[in-house]
Design a binder for this molecule. Structure first.
Ligand SMILES: Cc1cc2nc3c(=O)[nH]c(=O)nc-3n(C[C@H](O)[C@H](O)[C@H](O)COP(=O)(O)O)c2cc1C
Length: 372
């Protein structure tokens, strides 16, 4: 697919939908639900292709994978099977038409000279539909697999700044140049071809801390945020957008994260959710996950631990869209009304969820003015 250099090609830049939509976690076993049910994601290539093509057909703007290297133990060993996100994105770019495909780099695991070239390559494969999610690295058990000690929180973002600066120069500078940054050096740096998207592909960052948000405001086209409710998302979004605009003179989109459980009645949907959280939920796995995020999570969180854990089991920390189709559409509208540019969705059963989205929710979202 040839594309005129410089033309906007990425759906996050070209979409006119009031609420943009992504599918989150399609490349990892169990997706975003820590529950032991037969319909969860298995992580096979035919499954990824089928679901990516369904999302493409239904008009979603983005496929956003989770970068993971090992599971969380427990009953499901949550996410232990996972496709490496760059090769996954390259493959899916070749079998989809319009949807953008993201990949996620843990900064400490890849040298920027290799990263910049992989990004440019997938941008060509996709005809300018590629997006790069940069994760500074938080999961010590995983970073440890690379034989690397985890750096202190804010220092990880300093490394990411330097990493991205070298990538940026490789994407934009002609000929050879010498690069010497605080963390990376590259004598005679050179990279061709340049990406199709100019000056570089869409960049996303998913950090929410003060330093993470500053990194996003300075560098990202899209900040992916997590909060316990829509109002919390709106607050983070307003702060991040203001920081990007006022301090760095840039526009930044902000996406929230939601999970969907839809049924004929609200009662039925809530019962479905209760069953997959409380009857088949992976409470050992979630404890392991929480203990990585917050050391000794149970004593640190006290009475709030169980609700936090239940939300992670239900949707990996996302905001619930649980109820009838009308309630789901109202819930999505609340994100748009609160100033979010988009959200990602996940389901226990991605295939059924995407089919239901296309046939039932999409016409309603059009009527509500959220999708064209
Ligand atoms: C919505 C969302 C998606 C994320 N996806 C990934 C991921 O795929 N892989 C990963 O290792 N970290 C992921 N993270 C973790 C963050 O990128 C980040 O490292 C973490 O939130 C800690 O950064 P912070 O302290 O600046 O918030 C995600 C975070 C959020 C909020």
């Amino acid at each position: 697919m040839t594309t005129e250099a410089g033309a906007a090609t990425h759906p996050l830049r070209t979409s006119r939908n009031r609420l943009k939509l992504g599918v989150f976690g399609l490349n990892v076993s169990h997706g975003c639900s820590m529950t032991d049910r037969p319909e969860v994601l298995k992580v096979t290539w035919p499954e990824s292709v089928r679901l990516a093509q369904l999302a493409d057909r239904a008009g979603f703007e983005a496929l956003i994978p989770v970068a993971r290297w090992k599971g969380m133990g427990g009953r499901t060993n949550f996410n232990h099977r996972n496709f490496e996100t760059f090769t996954w994105a390259a493959g899916l770019s070749a079998v989809t038409q319009r949807i953008s495909v993201f990949a996620t780099f843990h900064v400490p695991t890849v040298h920027p000279v290799r990263a910049a070239k992989e990004v440019a390559t997938i941008d060509h494969i996709s005809g300018g539909r590629f997006g790069l999610n940069i994760v500074a690295g938080w999961n010590e058990r995983e970073i440890g697999m690379f034989g690397l000690p985890q750096k202190e929180h804010d220092a990880r973002y300093d490394v990411a700044d330097d990493w991205l600066e070298l990538c940026r120069q490789l994407w934009t500078r002609e000929g050879e140049f010498d690069y010497a940054g605080p963390y990376f050096t590259s004598p005679g740096a050179y990279s061709e071809p340049k990406p199709i998207q100019r000056p570089h592909p869409v960049i996303m960052s998913a950090g929410n801390s003060a330093r993470g948000q500053q990194f996003a405001a300075q560098n990202a086209d899209l900040n992916f945020v997590i909060a316990k409710d829509v109002a919390g998302c709106a607050q983070i979004a307003a702060r991040g957008k203001a920081l990007a605009r006022e301090k760095y003179g840039r526009e930044m989109q902000v996406f929230g994260q939601a999970y969907v459980v839809c049924a004929e009645t609200e009662k039925e949907a809530k019962e479905l959710e209760r069953r997959y959280v409380h009857e088949t939920g992976d409470w050992t796995g979630v404890r392991n996950l929480l203990d990585v995020l917050i050391p000794n999570s149970q004593s640190a969180l006290g009475a709030g631990w169980e609700a936090f854990a239940a939300n992670l089991i239900a949707g990996y920390g996302a905001i619930p869209l649980v109820g009838t189709a009308e309630q789901i559409v109202d819930g999505m509208k609340a994100f748009a009304d609160a100033g979010l540019d988009g959200i990602t969705l996940s389901w226990v059963d991605y295939g059924a969820g995407l089919e239901h989205f296309e046939t039932v929710l999409l016409p309603m979202l059009r009527q509500a003015g959220l999708r064209e």
